[in-house]
Write a protein that binds this ligand. Structure first.
Ligand SMILES: Cc1cc2nc3c(=O)[nH]c(=O)nc-3n(C[C@H](O)[C@H](O)[C@H](O)COP(=O)(O)OP(=O)(O)OC[C@H]3O[C@@H](n4cnc5c(N)ncnc54)[C@H](O)[C@@H]3O)c2cc1C
Length: 379
């Protein structure tokens, strides 16, 4: 097996590093401090083909596989995890749902706009009272002639304010019935569709998170993705791919934090020698490097299965669970390696530390990943 970057991955990594120097790195602190969602950056990422990484070229995308997708998220997340998170939500959740379950007509209508970032996408499953237990959702869609009327609200939605279009999963049947939910595409400007409160967050502050509100929102049956009752099953399949996204985000965070810690440990001297010469610090770095390598292997294993069209629920959950926990641990250790300086905003490790926590929560918490893994292995 060859785990080195293929030509496309090399090209993507190089492109993001060059792009980031000018368009991301100088602004990360400001975006984080003021919770600014840098919409123009995503428009530019669209020009680079990074907002439709998995979308076939016939729909205006880049037509890459999950292998290249992992690299794109990882490289962006090394620069700014918020950008990695938003790029991932747009690509694998909103766009990915339409790509997997839209009709030909629906794909032609929405994918070219999403793949080029002319439109930014959101995806709404979570509600105020139903996160891990998303199947218990309360937002409803009721049939009215050829249309559907939606009522309720979705919570913690990435791009709920700046998004131009959202895929939302709502109840069309009985509570407790996994076939009682359906997925709809809702465009911004649809009467009765609005955004609510923006969250003030611990980390991932440049990635916008807010509510989506439906107040007698009328949408055509043409906006239904797949069949009535398929929404929840579709969402679970979308999340299988989404787990690769969050795992890659965690990998980028861990690599960014590790690189900062490694460099600092070689430069910072205490007791007459670089702190990397102390075994306590050197062993932390050894653990970080090993865990990052292990995350990477789990992620590429899941991505490889996905590329081959094989079921990867187990591998995706393992990659997401492990990589997320590693991101938190590595970021925590990186702060420790930098000591007091790691606790200040002069170095990026404190931001990696705050940003990393999202990985163990978003798109299924670590506890839920362990439920998925244990269900798969025990049966
Ligand atoms: C920055 C950010 C962006 C997000 N973006 C989106 C988005 O774009 N779209 C979207 O739909 N959602 C989004 N989410 C929501 C996210 O997916 C949920 O927060 C997550 O699924 C957890 O749900 P919850 O917050 O309601 O926690 P809860 O489900 O209330 O969980 C609370 C705690 O209980 C534990 N727990 C719950 N059930 C069990 C169980 N059965 N066994 C063991 N432990 C359990 C959890 O692991 C957790 O530790 C986002 C969240 C954040 C913070």
């Amino acid at each position: 097996m060859d785990f080195s970057y293929n030509e496309n991955q090399k090209m993507i990594a190089d492109m993001i590093q060059k792009f980031g120097k000018q368009n991301i790195t100088p602004f990360v602190r400001e975006w984080d401090d003021a919770q600014i969602f840098p919409l123009d950056v995503f428009k530019k990422l669209g020009e680079l083909g990074l907002m439709g990484v998995l979308v076939p070229t016939e729909y205006g995308g880049s037509g890459f596989t999950y292998t290249e997708y992992v690299t794109a998220i990882e490289e962006l997340s090394i620069l700014d995890p918020s950008v990695g998170l938003s790029m991932a939500a747009h690509n694998s959740l909103c766009t990915g749902h339409i790509l997997q379950f839209g009709s030909e007509e629906q794909k032609k209508k929405w994918l070219p706009k999403l793949a080029t970032a002319e439109w930014i996408g959101a995806w709404g499953l979570t509600e105020h009272n139903t996160g891990s237990d998303s199947g218990g959702m309360a937002t409803t869609a009721v049939k009215d002639g050829d249309d559907w009327i939606l009522n309720g609200a979705k919570n913690f939605i990435t791009h709920a304010i700046s998004g131009d279009v959202a895929v939302v999963i709502v109840r069309t049947g009985e509570k407790g019935d996994s076939h009682g939910m359906s997925a709809f595409v809702i465009e911004k400007g649809t009467p009765g569709f609005s955004s609510g409160r923006k969250e003030d967050k611990l980390g991932m502050r440049a990635s916008e998170t807010a509510e989506l509100i439906f107040d007698n929102c009328r949408v055509s049956n043409d906006n239904l993705l797949g069949n009535v009752g398929d929404g929840f099953i579709q969402a679970m399949k979308v999340l299988d791919g989404g787990r690769i996204s969050i795992a890659s985000l965690g990998l980028g965070i861990a690599k960014g934090a590790y690189q900062s810690a490694l460099q600092y440990s070689k430069e910072r001297e205490q007791f007459g020698k670089p702190i990397s010469h102390f075994q306590a610090i050197a062993f932390k770095l050894a653990d970080m490097a090993t865990e990052i390598e292990a995350s990477e292997l789990l992620i590429y294993n899941a991505a490889d299965k996905k590329n081959r069209g094989e079921r990867m629920t187990l591998e995706g959950a393992m990659a997401k669970y492990y990589s997320s926990e590693v991101a938190v641990k590595v970021a925590n250790d990186a702060v420790q390696v930098l000591g007091g300086y790691g606790y200040t905003k002069d170095f990026p490790v404190e931001r990696f530390y705050r940003d990393s926590k999202l990985c163990t929560i978003g798109e299924g918490t670590s506890e839920i990943q362990k439920l998925v893994i244990s269900k798969q292995i025990i049966g």
